[in-house]
Write a new protein. Sequence first.
Length: 227
Amino acid sequence: MDLEPLIKFLRFVDSPMKRGQNILAFRGQTDEKWDLLPKGYRPKYFDAALPDPNPERITQWKAETHAFPNLPKGKSEWERIAIAQHHGLALPVLDWTGNPLVALYFAVESEYNKDGAVWLLDFSTLKVNPGDTESPWTMGEICVYRPMPIHPRIWVQNGLLSFHPQNRILPSSLLRKYKIKKATKNALKQVLSRFGFNKANIYCDGDGLADSINFIAEALIEMKNNP
């Protein structure tokens, strides 16, 4: 088991985490060329010439989740945004994690023909956890929201969100980027799986469990065929 790619990554995150673990967030992306652009502002879901559709999306989400009794509802607009984001709704937020190894998993999860990346965000100068009475839709600046464990994925992924009003982008001065070479992706995924960072534990559902078991089977056959 080649641990060198993992060791290099840990060296990258070790020094910033020593300076302040509680002010850092990490985001893994399977394609290092992707911009840090919230899904709610991507061209497929947003047209600047039209009214901002994001508030209406979360209003519709709130109204229609009553048809799904097992789905957490959230007590505030912020909690509803966090839950909806984890289910893939296009909103003006980016997913982050407080655990760099969770971010690394997302960076190597797929797209094996492309280099991945882990972004590091120092949010010490950003507003954190706006009050429940503060409407997200009247925020003037980017803020960070660390939700309570209202959804299993939020808890296991140590999840937090950056909220981007009016299509604002994060200043480059708050960011660092670590490139994951495509040739190391599959090996890193195997190492992470051995340490418990796999789809079963990251997504904590039946689909994730099945995919994790399949990945182990594939890895064993690959090791047999390529000793």
